[in-house]
Design a protein around this ligand. Structure first.
Ligand SMILES: *Cc1c(COP(=O)(O)O)cnc(C)c1O
Length: 368
């Protein structure tokens, strides 16, 4: 697919241009409304997720914000998983404070709590993530999405960390799937992007109109890079999962490691659900080096093959220490409530040779 690096497209007649502007299906007239390269990406992501239509956005937060702003009105009731991506959490808090949206936060792994929070005829939206970050909690999508439908709520699932290779939430009953394509779909840490996929064309048309107003459209070159990334998605995902499995298993047996979190590891609290919902454990794991907060911070500074950087889903292994970065505003008690210990290290496992990665981890664990 070539890059259509154009903001506007020329027409031969005023009537044809007017027709193009009628809705999301018309010819491309202006790239905030539609662009051929971006539309190819939208079709591919919709197909991968088993949806009817998709819209691409400038970032994952662009897609998530477009969906939330399009679907929510003041006073609406939202049920959201407690452990959500930080940007989504902040967006919901903002909608609650400035627009009076009532947000109820529940443990995604607690089916009874989610069911109890859904109010039939009142709840507008249920918001979940396929794999929560960094605890790797996997909510029981088939059960929870059916409960949302029964309550008349629209369900939105952030599938960024599983990718459609491991889970297709629409097959389990989701109405909307959102993605940070920055992560596994792009896959090379060189492009920001987002997407929202819809099971239903009506919902798509509603959100598309609001997204055009919001102006979070994907750039054609960013869309082209993402299309390039998607071509190797199955190969990369297989290697991410294999490397994460080997690394998680060895970490679990290491004398200087306390706990390891990875959905495919025996004994993970979400293990049984993950086995039903995911076609693989994914590339993200978390672990706790013996020695608490300082050990976690020192580990991420000692690695040499892996690098200390935000993000997930690229070909290279990235590590972070949530207690000193993404979750630095929480004290130890609040961290514990969020399921994150002060020493926890998050590792987005890349596709390097796993032995290179393991040697690096071993040297970084020396001395704890
Ligand atoms: C990164 C991420 C986002 C935000 O995506 P951006 O592309 O950074 O805007 C949203 N959800 C999840 C699960 C993510 O990992």
């Amino acid at each position: 697919m070539p890059v259509y690096q154009s903001s506007a497209f020329a027409f031969g007649s005023a009537e044809a241009l007017a027709e193009a502007m009628a809705g999301p299906e018309g010819d491309c007239a202006y790239s905030r409304r539609g662009n051929p390269t971006v539309r190819t990406l939208e079709r591919q992501v919709a197909e991968l997720e088993g949806g009817r239509a998709a819209l691409a956005a400038a970032s994952g937060m662009g897609a998530i914000s477009a969906v939330l702003l399009a679907l929510l009105r003041p006073g609406d009731h939202v049920v959201a998983q407690r452990c959500l991506y930080g940007g989504t959490h902040a967006q919901l808090a903002d909608l609650a404070e400035r627009f009076g949206v009532e947000v109820e936060r529940v443990e995604g792994g607690d089916v009874a709590a989610v069911r109890a929070a859904l109010r039939p005829g009142r709840t507008r939206l249920l918001l979940l993530e396929t794999i929560a970050n960094p605890t790797c909690e996997v909510p029981d999508l088939p059960v929870l999405l059916a409960a949302a439908r029964a309550a008349g709520a629209v369900s939105v699932v952030d599938n960024s960390l599983a990718s459609p290779m491991l889970c297709r939430p629409i097959e389990h009953g989701a109405d909307v799937v959102v993605h940070s394509t920055t992560k596994y779909l792009g896959g090379h840490s060189d492009v920001l992007g987002g997407a929202a996929v819809f099971a239903d064309e009506e919902l798509y048309a509603t959100v598309w109109g609001r997204a055009v107003e919001l102006g979070a459209a994907a750039d054609p070159f960013a869309a082209w890079l993402t299309l390039r990334g998607i071509q190797t998605l199955p190969l990369r995902m297989r290697q991410h999962c294999a490397n994460a499995e080997l690394t998680a298993g060895r970490l679990a047996a290491h004398p200087r490691v306390r706990g390891v979190f990875w959905p495919g590891l025996p004994g993970h609290p979400s293990g049984a659900v993950a086995a039903r919902v995911l076609d693989g454990g994914g590339g993200m794991l978390a672990f706790e080096p013996a020695g608490g907060r300082d050990a976690g911070r020192e580990f991420v500074e000692r690695v040499r093959v892996a690098r200390l950087a935000l993000s997930i889903g690229g070909v290279e292994t990235l590590v972070t220490h949530p207690a000193s970065t993404s979750h630095r505003e929480l004290d130890d008690a609040e961290l514990a409530a969020a399921g994150i210990s002060a020493g926890l290290v998050r590792m987005a496992v890349g596709i390097e040779h796993p032995e290179d990665l393991w040697k690096d981890i071993e040297q970084a664990l020396e001395g704890f």
